[in-house]
Ligand binder design. Structure first.
Ligand SMILES: N[C@@H](CCC(=O)N[C@@H](CS)C(=O)NCC(=O)O)C(=O)O
Length: 246
């Protein structure tokens, strides 16, 4: 069975789970926190990042590459538009989210507020957080506002773009930041709309299990919530930094 290494707290892994759930594809999960990956995890992904997809002999890291593979492999309920121009715009917006929102919402905000104290037992750098909130995020939001749909989805149907942005905004919310609906009304309505879908609500439920359950009990708790959890795991004992970690 197709296996995903990763958990529902990561915006990148969440993208992949949302794509699989949308398409109704069966999979099992190895819900590791990437910093705790063992040597086998390094062999599978030398960047030591989640998600990683294992489909038989095929091993593919990187959320966007995985989601594009899933859309090719399971074309029912497509998650990228068919029209070449719209498809190119979809790829650009997903790239913008993965790199720019990733840099600001994940590596600066979520890392400082959530990962640093929790995993590395270090203090949040409040100066960096303040720069994100007062400078970086408003710049991003001003650019993004006209890109957001007036209603519904960015393209005619739900796509990876809606799921990707909703996923990054979810981590920003976990780090205590939500967008100002008066200043960026289209974005606020768009993200709320995606968050309210049963697809997204289920992924938040699984994320909460990860965040509120002790490490040793997480696998059983995810199984009790209906996920198939892999028998083996690439989880190691001690946290270590990956080659691209901040
Ligand atoms: N470009 C990658 C980024 C994946 C990524 O950065 N994942 C984070 C979790 S949110 C990670 O595994 N970080 C661990 C590290 O860098 O050591 C993707 O789209 O999958």
């Amino acid at each position: 069975m197709l296996r995903i290494i990763g958990n529902h707290v990561s915006p990148y892994a969440r993208k992949v789970f949302l794509a699989l759930d949308h398409k109704g594809v069966e999979y099992e999960i190895d819900p590791i926190v990437p910093f705790f990956g063992d040597d086998e995890f390094t062999r599978l992904n030398p960047l030591r990042r989640i998600p990683v997809l294992i489909d038989g002999d095929l091993v593919i890291p990187d959320s966007t590459v995985i989601c594009e593979y899933l859309d090719d492999r399971y074309p029912e309920k497509p998650l990228y538009p068919a029209d070449p121009a719209q498809r190119a715009r979809a790829r650009w917006l997903e790239e913008f989210a993965d790199s720019r929102l990733g840099d600001v919402m994940i590596w600066k905000l979520f890392f400082q507020r959530n990962v640093k104290p929790r995993v590395w037992k270090q203090e949040t750098d409040e100066e960096q957080v303040a720069a994100v909130v007062t400078r970086d995020l408003p710049e991003i939001m001003d650019w993004l506002e006209p890109q957001a749909p007036a209603a519904g989805f960015v393209f005619d149907d739900l796509s990876m773009i809606d799921l990707t942005f909703a996923s990054f905004f979810r981590n920003a919310a976990l780090a205590g930041w939500t967008s100002d609906a008066a200043r960026w009304p289209r974005i606020a309505a768009w993200i709320d709309h995606i968050w309210a879908t049963p697809l997204f609500a289920r992924s938040v439920m699984l994320e909460q299990i990860m965040l509120t359950t002790r490490g040793a009990d997480q696998r059983a708790a995810l199984e009790a919530a209906g996920l198939k959890v892999a028998d083996s795991s690439v989880r190691g004992d001690m946290p270590r930094r990956g080659p691209m970690s901040v």
